[in-house]
Design a protein around this ligand. Structure first.
Ligand SMILES: *Cc1c(COP(=O)(O)O)cnc(C)c1O
Length: 428
């Protein structure tokens, strides 16, 4: 039996005819379920910071903020997004290896909770600016630890990286930090990797980071006011991957947190998460434009390809694996045919799904790529071939809200300047 896929009683085709395709569709109920499950499971003393990088739409962030999430931002625009949504400055941290002076000034101006510095030169610049404006901002050190833990799809620790300051550079010469007299070094930040789907490495990471925090306290002779132990919790994309069991994770994590908290009652403990909080809530909806055969394979050409969803090309894998995909207007119909789902780009790499089994497709069918609420359009070449950004829709309290307009040709052309050609060429 097939029926239409619905989100809070809205059929996808009704949303598609209202807003056009392609578009990203987010379900606020899923955002809430995911957030609350984590919030209820994880130790009370852990604060959840949302990494806006994963999905910087202000309405998505605002929904999470309303549930209690704080903000981890990495650019001037992300900072302004969090402020515009009404986040109080003591719930904002700013990190990133390449902060511009303008961004550092904005952090100072808004008096955010912590600037997470990633190099000695950055500490110096923050220190100099603070001195100039007669301020003493909170600064946390992003540490590149000497340890690394398996189980992340993108390991950060224990390797040469542009992120953070090597643990040894601080532990071996803590006196180097004493020259920065106009900043308060009050915290540390460690981010170990992303897309973690197993409990053990997350627990191991956290425990090692908390241990590192204690070693840093000892070396610097301070009590840390903030320890951000990252996160990197994943969601399943591909066959064989399973959702993290948050209840089980919390069972293992909470005793470690609790014991750290007992010896550090005043330290703010931060878990920063992007993908995990928003990934499951979103799907890309595109429309099948054409069906064609080529050398024995069938292609469904849609209006929303990798220009909208680069991640679907394949993340961290040489073999193309498919995201969970379905035909939304005939959801649940029996699978009979095999397709390559492609987009409108003029490159053979514009393949959203390869050799995927679906019901027989027709032009006009709506294709849904699930688990796509994180690293969707913002992490895609949306300007390639000048298609522009797709629309974004959030269904909340049973109402479908347009939360971002689709780019139009005038949006794209409006940024460009036409230089008239002055020179006249001789006619030969
Ligand atoms: C990207 C990033 C995050 C968010 O990662 P997710 O895997 O989406 O949770 C958090 N912190 C830092 C430092 C990052 O670079």
């Amino acid at each position: 039996m097939s029926q239409e896929y619905t989100v809070q009683n809205h059929t996808i085709s009704s949303i598609a005819s209202k807003f056009g395709t392609p578009f990203y569709l987010y379900d606020a109920n899923i955002l809430e379920e995911v957030y609350l499950e984590l919030r209820q499971a994880i130790h009370d003393s852990v604060e959840i910071f949302y990494s806006l990088k994963a999905n910087p739409n202000i309405s998505i962030y605002n929904y999470l903020r309303n549930l209690g999430a704080c903000a981890e931002v990495c650019s001037h625009s992300e900072l302004l997004t969090s402020i515009k949504a009404g986040t109080s400055p003591e719930n904002i941290i700013f990190l990133g290896p390449g902060k511009s002076e303008k961004e550092i000034r904005a952090c100072l101006q808004h008096n955010i909770y912590a600037i997470v510095c990633e190099s000695f030169q950055e500490l110096e610049i923050v220190n100099d600016l603070a001195q100039k404006y007669n301020l003493k901002p909170n600064v946390a050190l992003r540490i590149n630890p000497a340890f690394s833990v398996k189980g992340s799809r993108l390991t950060m620790g224990g390797k040469p990286r542009q992120f953070g300051i090597d643990e040894a550079a601080i532990l071996d010469n803590p006196e180097l930090l004493s020259k920065y007299t106009h900043i308060r070094i009050m915290g540390i930040h460690v981010y170990m990797g992303t897309r973690m789907l197993e409990i053990e490495p997350i627990v191991e990471n956290t425990s090692q980071i908390l241990n590192l925090a204690e070693r840093i306290e000892e070396a610097l002779g301070i009590n840390l006011e903030m320890v951000d132990f990252g996160g990197g919790l994943g969601i399943p994309y591909f066959e064989g991957e399973e959702s993290l069991n948050i209840i089980e994770l919390a069972k293992c994590l909470n005793p470690i947190i609790s014991s750290f908290k007992n010896s550090h009652p005043k330290t703010r403990l931060i878990m920063e998460l992007g993908r995990y909080l928003v990934g499951k809530s979103g799907l890309l909806v595109s429309k099948v434009l054409y069906l064609k055969e080529s050398y024995g394979e069938t292609f469904a050409v849609t209006d929303g390809g990798t220009n909208c969803h680069m991640a679907a090309v394949g993340i961290g894998s040489y073999v193309k694996r498919n995201f969970p995909i379905a035909v939304l207007n005939r959801y649940g119909e029996q699978v009979t045919d095999v397709y390559n789902i492609t987009g409108p780009l003029c490159t053979p790499n514009d393949v959203v799904a390869k050799k995927i089994s679906l019901p027989k497709l027709f032009p006009g069918d709506l294709i849904g790529v699930f688990h796509s609420g994180a690293y969707g359009p913002t992490a895609s070449p949306t300007h390639f071939l000048s298609h522009g950004y797709p629309a974004e829709v959030l269904v909340m309290s049973e109402k479908a809200h347009l939360i971002r307009d689709r780019d139009t040709p005038s949006d794209l052309l409006g940024k460009q300047h036409l230089v008239e050609v002055q020179q006249e060429f001789p006619v030969v």
